[in-house]
Write a protein that binds this ligand. Sequence first.
Ligand code: ATP
Length: 239
Amino acid sequence: SAPERLLTVAGLRVSYRGIAAVTDVDFHVDAGELVGIIGPNGAGKSSTMHAIVGAVRASATTLEFAGRGLAGQPTERIARRGIALVQEGHNVFGRLTVRENLRLGSTARASSDGLAEDLRWVLSLFPILDEFADRQAGLLSGGQQQQLAIGRALLAAPRLLALDEPSLGLSPTAVDTVFASIAAIRERGTAVLLVEQRAQQAVAAADRTHVLSEGRITMTLGPEHANDSALLMKAYLGS
Ligand code: ATP
């Protein structure tokens, strides 16, 4: 049977004060897929992500999640319907402990069913969160804070995890940890929408990666293109 269509985006447009940041973007994510969006600074990646979760105003011919429209819905309702966003930067509550941050993630779940199992899984994915459960989140390293932000999002039990540049500003080891966790999350069945500037790693990890340039999708790459550096370069330069 055909995989379930989770997210459908067609004719997406985002403008700021009349200036288009995203123009006519089309793509989809099926259940369990990992879809990448890459492109240079200012290409419209974050705007696309924010439009999906209702954080910026957008227009679209189709913007649907699990067969129902997302347009005009408040961000909180979209979260409850199964999309969790991890924003760019390390979005943790620095004064709260790791455990408290994780607990906040679980408050966004549609149901408490499976919470204990999800928590065990998150702590096995990111053992440092178990070790530092009682530490203030603000005292963690950047890489550890990113693990916490992803762990918190997972405890909302999303069907689609939207990650906005999760590797930004991390050490090489921390970047590897983040990418390994993304593979494991997808392996467990959660679909992932991954916005990245690290083209090679994103293309290697994703089922499809859309190249965004000046608000439009200019190219779509498969994992077989991950080592074609000439193509990736061309994708970035938009030529
Ligand atoms: P980055 O990697 O720098 O986050 P991006 O690909 O995510 O880039 P966006 O952040 O979506 O790109 O920005 C797309 C365009 O929209 C840019 O020209 C940016 O300056 C503009 N823009 C983004 N947010 C706003 C805003 N709140 N108000 C006005 N212009 C904005």
